[in-house]
Structures are given as structure tokens and as C-alpha cells.
Write a protein that binds this ligand. Structure first.
Ligand code: FAD
Length: 280
């Protein structure tokens, strides 16, 4: 049983501030954390290891500092870690990121065949939710997105059944292994690392793979060269300028005044009427 969890080191968005004058993001001194969705993915992979044994490899593409994220994941119980790091990867958009990660996953599969590749639903910095599906496409894996729970897992029968959050409900999907799962938030909680795992995480070597080690020959598919996306503008949304509205009640009929206010709100926010009706 071999799961690989793709994790990304991201700035802790709770601590990011916007400069009051220039409106630019102030990143100085902002600590780096593991993308929170990736921790839900890691916990799910560790639960599979608890039940069926085997290994959980954590994989990240990033600068050398991203090793800290891998060591943290090892302290939670991941068994192996690979850091994909090379100047050739710099400037990667989601397409080039998926290509590089897919190449590394191919190498890992050659060592020990993959059963499940996990990613988070999305990151809290890039926010695109494209990398997981991009990897699945490149590796021709069954793709299960927005998974809230693994319902059944049968490594011998080579199948997986999951609950997937969909618009207006929950879907239960069954598919064949190997597959790629993108994990939702709030479905589990990452465990505390055991003392042996904490010691192991500090000592165990983290493999560092450059482009060649990941088996990437065509450099036009990675980094800036492999990135067709152009970020044309970054801006903070304009603050809303809505003012509070007043209804004057002259005849003491407060109910009519309240009804008038609610009618105005509902005309601007149609979904509110439905939500209020449901709660009534
Ligand atoms: C033109 C352009 C240039 C860019 N240049 C850079 C750059 O030089 N340096 C830089 O850091 N970013 C750069 N970025 C941002 C980078 O493309 C994205 O951060 C990256 O592709 C992941 O996209 P995302 O954060 O939206 O991930 P999502 O698609 O939202 O992530 C989904 C999941 O995929 C996995 N995942 C995502 N990224 C990684 C990763 N790196 N390693 C392992 N797993 C991962 C995680 O499990 C994550 O939860 C650039 C973006 C563009 C458009």
C-alpha cells in the first residue's frame, strides 16, 4: 500500500496584512505553514496506513526551505519525504507545477507502485484547485475531487468508495485504484505526532530531487518556460461603499417599517429570501 501526499508550503494567511498606503501584501515575517487542506489529505493517508500498512510519502515542489514542511509531515507519521527543488522549476504556473509533480510521482511509482495520490482541495495562496486534476490527467489516474470522506477502501479488490461534496448534496462514488483524491476541509483532524515520529522527523534524510532526478528531460514543460499563464494584474478588492439605510416610522407601525427594510434587502440579495423562508 503506497500513498503519496502532495503538500505545499504556504504563507500563513491569517498573519498576512495589507499595507494601508500601498495596498500591497506585507509578507515580511509571515511564518510558512503546510497548506491546511493538505493536512486533511495527510491524515486520510495516515489512516489508510493504520488500517492496511505500507508507506506514506510526502512530496513537495518548492525552494530548499520547503524541507521544513516535509519534516513537519514526517513528525505526524509520514514514512518518506521527497523535495523537488531546482532553479529550473522557478516561475512555474499550475500547468508546469502539475507536470513536475507528475514526473516525480512516476519515479515514486517505479520504486513502489502507487495506490492513491492525495492533494488538498486547493491552496490558501494560489487558490486555483488545478494542480490535483492536472496531475491526474498527466498520470491517467481516476480523479475524485472535493472528497469529504473515504467510505470504503479495498486494496485487494483495487477499489475505493468516497463521499464527495457536490452542489446541493453529497455524492457517493466508487472507482478503481490507483486514483487521485483532492481532500476537503474539516473532515478529519491531523493527529499529534508520536515521540518516536518526532525524533525520526528530525534525523531522517529528506531526499532532494532536481529536474534530472525527477526524470524530466523536456525543460520546456517546467518552470517559467512551461508556464503559459500570465498574471496581468494583482489588486485588492475595492471596499464596499454601501451605506446603512433608514426607514422612518411616523405612525408607530414598527412591523411595517421592518417589512419595508426586509423587502429592500431581499430585492438586493434574492438568496436571502429563500434562506429566511427555510429558517422560518
Ligand atoms: C506565471 C506564474 C508564475 C509563478 N511563479 C511562481 C514561482 O516562481 N514560485 C512559486 O512558489 N509560485 C509561483 N507561482 C504560483 C504557482 O504557480 C502556484 O503556487 C502553483 O502552481 C500551485 O498552484 P495553487 O497554489 O493554485 O495550487 P492548487 O491547485 O490550489 O493546489 C491544490 C493542491 O495541489 C498540491 N500542490 C500545489 N502546489 C504544490 C507544490 N508546489 N508542491 C506539492 N504539492 C502542491 C497541494 O496538495 C494543494 O493542496 C506562479 C504562478 C504563475 C501563474
Amino acid at each position: 500500500m503506497h500513498s503519496v501526499v502532495c503538500i505545499k508550503q504556504v504563507p500563513d494567511s491569517a498573519q498576512i496584512r495589507v499595507h494601508p498606503v500601498t495596498n500591497t501584501i506585507m509578507r515580511q515575517g509571515v511564518p510558512a505553514i503546510i497548506n491546511p487542506y493538505d493536512l486533511f489529505a495527510l491524515e486520510e493517508a495516515l489512516r489508510l496506513k493504520d488500517r492496511f500498512g505500507g508507506q506514506v510519502t510526502v512530496l513537495t515542489m518548492g525552494p530548499p526551505q520547503a524541507e521544513a514542511a516535509l519534516r513537519k509531515a514526517l513528525s505526524f507519521g509520514a514514512t518518506d519525504a521527497v523535495l523537488l527543488t531546482d532553479k529550473a522549476f522557478a516561475g512555474a504556473d499550475t500547468l508546469a507545477t502539475s507536470c513536475a509533480l507528475a514526473a516525480a510521482l512516476r519515479r515514486l511509482d517505479e520504486r513502489e507502485p502507487l495506490d492513491v495520490v492525495f492533494t488538498g482541495k486547493q491552496t490558501i495562496d494560489g487558490d486555483t484547485a488545478q494542480v490535483g486534476p492536472g496531475i491526474a490527467k498527466r498520470l491517467d489516474l481516476q480523479l475524485l475531487t472535493y472528497v469529504s470522506r473515504i467510505v470504503e477502501f479495498d486494496p485487494k479488490g483495487r477499489s475505493i468508495t468516497v463521499e464527495r461534496r457536490a452542489e446541493g448534496g453529497v455524492q457517493v462514488l466508487k472507482t478503481a485504484l490507483p486514483c487521485l483524491v483532492t481532500m476537503l476541509e474539516g473532515t478529519n483532524e491531523i493527529r499529534f505526532g508520536t515521540l518516536p515520529d518526532l525524533f525520526r522527523a528530525a534525523r531522517v534524510p529528506v531526499e532532494q530531487w532536481d529536474r534530472a532526478a525527477a526524470g524530466i528531460v523536456d525543460v520546456t514543460k517546467i518552470g517559467l518556460k512551461g508556464s503559459p499563464t500570465v498574471v496581468s494584474k494583482v489588486f485588492t478588492p475595492t471596499p464596499r461603499t454601501d451605506r446603512a439605510q433608514m426607514v422612518e416610522v411616523t405612525d408607530g407601525n414598527l412591523a411595517a417599517g421592518a417589512a419595508e427594510l426586509i423587502a429592500r434587502m431581499v430585492s438586493r440579495l434574492p438568496a436571502l429570501e429563500e434562506a429566511l423562508a427555510k429558517r422560518a
